[in-house]
Unconditional design. Structure first.
Length: 219
């Protein structure tokens, strides 16, 4: 969770990217951090692919009701999505056997119900209440048609929300190369630095011993 927030804060604070230009997408287990982030931060849109209501609910569907209590409750999306105010697009295959599509149906219905309750007292502004649920018949958890099942519907959703992806005339976004260093590269760099420091110290000691004259005794 903290990693997701750290990335968001870096984009907005360090790179000065507007929140409306940040689109958050979470697939399967990734729907947890994605929904959580959008419940805590303002974003342009939330996209969930094969998401779930909660980890416990997935375990319950897969292994039975008793098994859900053997694990810690994490990624409670059905509660977190109530705090999401951005446009939300949800897609889930009807042939998904790992996470039933009923999870996405519940997420969508929870979001709609909560928005209706909010609209009775406050205005959410342009596109805040827009949400869409797509349930492709032939899509499962792994295999799906990228265009027919996802891209086509997502493009129409963006148009409904007034979200434009054309970056012509916009400045390019550059990330520092250090952000792409893997842990092994960092450890290797630290190890190399220590070796260089040791070699420099040894060289300094050897140089000092060669300069100092040896003691001479004259009888």
């Amino acid at each position: 969770m903290k990693d997701a927030e750290a990335v968001y804060d870096y984009l907005t604070n360090k790179l000065s990217i507007e929140h409306k230009n940040i689109l958050v997408c979470g697939r399967s287990i990734g729907s947890g951090p994605a929904t959580y982030l959008c419940s805590q931060r303002e974003v342009g849109a939330l996209i969930l692919v094969s998401g779930f209501t909660s980890i416990r609910a997935v375990v319950k569907d897969f292994a039975g009701s008793w098994a859900q209590y053997l694990i810690k409750q994490r990624f409670n999306n059905v509660e977190a999505i109530k705090k999401v105010k951005s446009p939300t697009f949800i897609v889930h295959g009807q042939r998904d056997r790992l996470i039933p599509f009923t999870h996405s149906e519940e997420l969508h219905s929870t979001l709609i119900l909560f928005v209706i309750c909010l609209l009775t007292s406050i205005s959410l502004g342009h596109c805040k209440a827009v949400s869409e649920l797509v349930l492709p018949k032939e899509m499962d958890h792994i295999e799906f048609d990228f265009f027919e099942d996802l891209t086509c519907h997502l493009k129409n959703f963006f148009q409904r929300c007034g979200i434009k992806l054309n970056r012509s005339g916009k400045r390019a976004i550059y990330f520092p190369r250090v952000l792409f260093r893997t842990p092994d590269m960092v450890l290797s760099s630290k190890k190399k630095c220590k070796i260089q420091q040791a070699e420099a110290h040894a060289k300094k000691v050897n140089s000092k011993s060669m300069v100092e004259p040896a003691g001479i005794s004259i009888q």
